[in-house]
Design a protein around this ligand. Sequence first.
Ligand code: SF4
Length: 425
Amino acid sequence: MAIYQQNGITINVEKRGPQAKGKPGFDLRYGKYSEIITRKYEFAFNLNGEIKFIKGKGSEWPHPFEQLKRTDGNDWVYYSCGKEGGEKGVIFWLGEYYLPCLPYPSNSLDRAEYFSNPVVMQALGAWSMLYGTLYELRSKGIYGKDKDFVERILAHDDNTLQQRSKRLQEIIGDRVTVLPPDTRHVDYEVIPLSISQGCLYHCGFCCVKSSQKFRIREKEDILGQIEDLKDFYGRNLENYRGLFLGDHDALAADLETLTFAIGEAKAKLNLGGNGAKQPLLFLFGSVGSFLKSDPKLLNALNDCGFRVYLNVGFESVDPETLKHIQKPITKEQVMDAFRKMHAVNANYYNIEVTGNFLMGERLPEGHFPSLEYLLENAPGPSRGKGAVYLSPLKNRGEDEDLLTRYFKLKHISRLPVFVYLIQRL
Ligand code: SF4
């Protein structure tokens, strides 16, 4: 740790989060990072020198645990502790300690306008000012590890960070418009690898679908992405534990593509680094691709070396609702897939299948009662697995009604239930 009194900053080049390679908890700064502390703020940087977190220190800051986090897609997300505690607290909604408040329109249940709070906005201004301070420090002379660190930060100004997020999109072919809800286990910090594009259904209600027909990427293309991703993440690669196979229905890719992509990514990206806990793999599946997945494919996933989180979009068990949202599947198919979710969770140690259902007051009246019945009579979780995520529709009606519905469902469900907020990368 070095104190630069004249510039009013303290530099700590080598910090290690309390859960170096594990799941983020209350302290989000896991893995290795560097830190600069000023009188009013704490700034944290990843191993490439890219700004990652800003937290205010004074009494004006909304809450001592709240902070801003910059994603690899260059979004500044405000991590809120929520307005309420106890049984209505954030951990009961999301299963995590923080509510990510997104700077773009999403399906959030919380209307808190953190980005119009001048105290929060000033923190972003303070980051620009810090940048100026570091320039000055460099011109006056700074040495050793501190110098290297400051050089890395100065090489990543706002414009460069923006360009880098575009580069990430270029590598994988498009922006990740939605991450699986299970990526909360690594605080949405995943390396995206696109093995397919588009989806099977193109449902009417969906706000993240692409217009493309479903297609599987060539092996050469996947290998090229992995090489470029390795380059892109550079030194900071060691801080990642999660791989996301994109995009909307990677399970619909064939067994060969899936195993090839997983094997190559595992070998070349060395996810989790040395001595890491088991790396995590996230992917979406549709009802169709999940029903089609045979024991050969499931065994391959189970034995691939990752803990696999497969998230399936059920949406509803009410035929009227499926019709209303223009999802071209039947209630019977949803029920079959729901039963299969339990069977896979019970029989495959390294796979957790989770499912999504919709929430929204403007859905047909059969939706909530059928969902209540399903969750109330579901088999309990197998090996603690099988979470159900409720995804609020955009333009869904009054939030208060919806939250009441949500807490009722959570209360009666035999499976763990959480809210799913659509987050991009
Ligand atoms: S909900 Fe899933 S399957 Fe339906 S359009 Fe959206 S991404 Fe495709």
